[in-house]
Ligand binder design. Structure first.
Ligand code: GLU
Length: 314
């Protein structure tokens, strides 16, 4: 069975940009009669806010978004909090160690920033200079807590066809370099956790912001190294403020919880999302989340990020 998913990180409040991405994921899945899974990506422990998971669930429910599996409704692929799935990530790491796809790396961010080459993608760290890559199975490990495991990115070209952006290609070793699959504290990196979970939960379609394109190439490397099925990807445009920069606090408060408290109707947000994503014209209104499904089509979604004036909802 086909499946889509929502994967909020409870590191802060969900805002308009997140809402539009979730709505597109919802419309696509419902149109295709796929099931939907809600997974809370709470492995980045220092940044996780205790209130943010429940708030994300409340915000999504308020918009009318529903799911068949999740931390609140259960399901056969749980648990649905990444913090409760550590054994799966550890197993995947063991496979990568055993098959010599990773090496322990004690470099600091500064080491890499100073010696690494320029990244080929925007907003990405410098390409890892390879200092620790000579490690071999059986060599000693650095002291506990001082190293991460880094994946040896492949030097073969990787290609995938995005539902919004079309064909994308890069050579991971050159464009991205070796990348971490764990943090120094032993937690899995986002890249490893997301691949293990999307595969284990049977996710066939991943919808997310186009700022994650570089990550997708990393994840395709991991799917391949772990022998897992790669899902389809749709990288949707980001929502930007009037200055063309990614929507953030400087553009005013666009938290969904604020609109909810102020009595803004979900239909307003849903209509804005459908219009700004190119699904309906300026004169069309949608009454609720379900009535937008018929307008949904990936071919209508623009590649370019969207600029919005957001004051209209307040
Ligand atoms: N937890 C990630 C985020 O909120 C999800 C990224 C993804 O969809 O893979 O950015």
């Amino acid at each position: 069975m086909s499946a889509g998913r929502f994967a909020p990180s409870p590191t802060g409040a969900q805002h308009l940009g997140n809402a539009r991405t979730y709505l597109l994921a919802y419309w696509s899945a419902r149109k295709a009669k796929s099931k939907l899974v809600l997974r809370i990506e709470d492995v980045d422990s220092p940044r996780v806010k205790p209130w943010a998971s429940q708030q994300a669930i409340d915000d999504l429910s308020w918009l009318g978004v529903s799911w068949e599996e999740g931390p609140d409704v259960g399901g056969s692929n749980g648990p649905y909090l990444q913090s409760q799935r550590m054994p799966l990530y550890r197993d995947a790491l063991q496979t990568l160690i055993r098959t010599d796809r990773v090496f322990p790396c004690a470099c600091t961010r500064k080491d890499i920033q100073e010696a690494g080459s320029a990244p080929h993608f925007d907003h990405e760290p410098a390409v890892y200079p390879g200092f620790c890559a000579g490690w071999k199975q059986g060599d000693a490990l650095p002291a506990e807590g001082t190293y991460c495991w880094r994946f040896r990115a492949g030097d073969q070209s990787r290609e995938f066809t995005d539902l919004v952006l079309g064909s994308r290609e890069c050579v991971p070793a050159v464009a991205l370099g070796a990348f971490p699959v764990t943090q120094k504290n032993g937690e899995p990196s986002y890249q490893l956790a997301v691949v293990v979970d999307d595969a284990a939960m049977g996710i066939t379609e991943v919808v997310r912001g186009n700022d994650l394109i570089a990550s997708t190439f990393r994840q395709i490397e991991l799917y391949s190294a772990l022998g897992l099925q790669v899902p389809r990807f749709a990288h949707v445009p980001l929502v930007c403020g009037p200055d063309g920069r990614r929507l953030a606090k400087r553009h005013g408060d666009t938290r969904l919880s604020l609109y909810r408290e102020r009595g803004v109707s979900p239909a307003k947000i849903i209509t804005w999302a459908a219009r700004s994503a190119g699904l309906i014209d300026e004169h069309t209104h949608v009454e609720n989340i379900e009535s937008a499904i018929e307008h949904f089509d990936w071919s209508k979604i623009p590649e370019r990020d969207t600029r919005v004036e957001t004051d209209g909802f307040q």
